[in-house]
Write a protein that binds this ligand. Sequence first.
Ligand code: HEC
Length: 175
Amino acid sequence: MGNIALSTMGKLRSTMCALLAVSALASGASAESDVDKGRYLVNLGGCSECHTPGYFFGKPDEHRLLGGSDVGFFIPKVGTFVGPNLTPDVDTGLGTWSEDDIVKAISTGITPDGRELASMMPWRRFAKLQPADLHAIAVYLRSLPPVTNKVAGPFGPTEQVTVSVFKIVPPDASK
Ligand code: HEC
């Protein structure tokens, strides 16, 4: 009887150890996989097109990945907007933004200073992402090497623009 009790205890203990080992692995893996999942979603979401310099000239600068675009989008009567630096640089990127700030901007278009992001930033589409996916995107952005690069603008509709632009040209503009 005593022997059986002892061997049951032994089995229990080894099961516990195995469980602990599995949960340690799982928590380690989930921190890692948030970054991986975020990288995957950022790739799918095309963020780099509008937020990495050189992308629209066919030569994305991989050393300044998501470090801010060099091409703006002009909307008549509204202005010109350049995809900002999304790396955690404190002065020129999102270094002072919390994870919630990033999630809110991506999914509601509202920045921490209360401004609504211009329409070419596809936040209306990203609003449909699951909270866990938005979290992973923010975690990935915060894991990027900081790049020091302050993008130009935003420019008012009549202001002199200092970058190349994509332009919405109304049909009567040629008349
Ligand atoms: C088609 C171009 C485009 C794509 C694709 C795009 N963005 Fe943007 N994004 C912009 C532009 C332009 C702005 C600036 C808008 C403004 O200033 O009103 C912006 C602003 C932002 C901001 C606010 C940054 C700040 O400093 O105010 C965040 C955060 C952001 N984008 C994240 C993302 C993420 C993450 C993705 C991919 C999941 C993404 N964007 C995809 C064009 C884009």
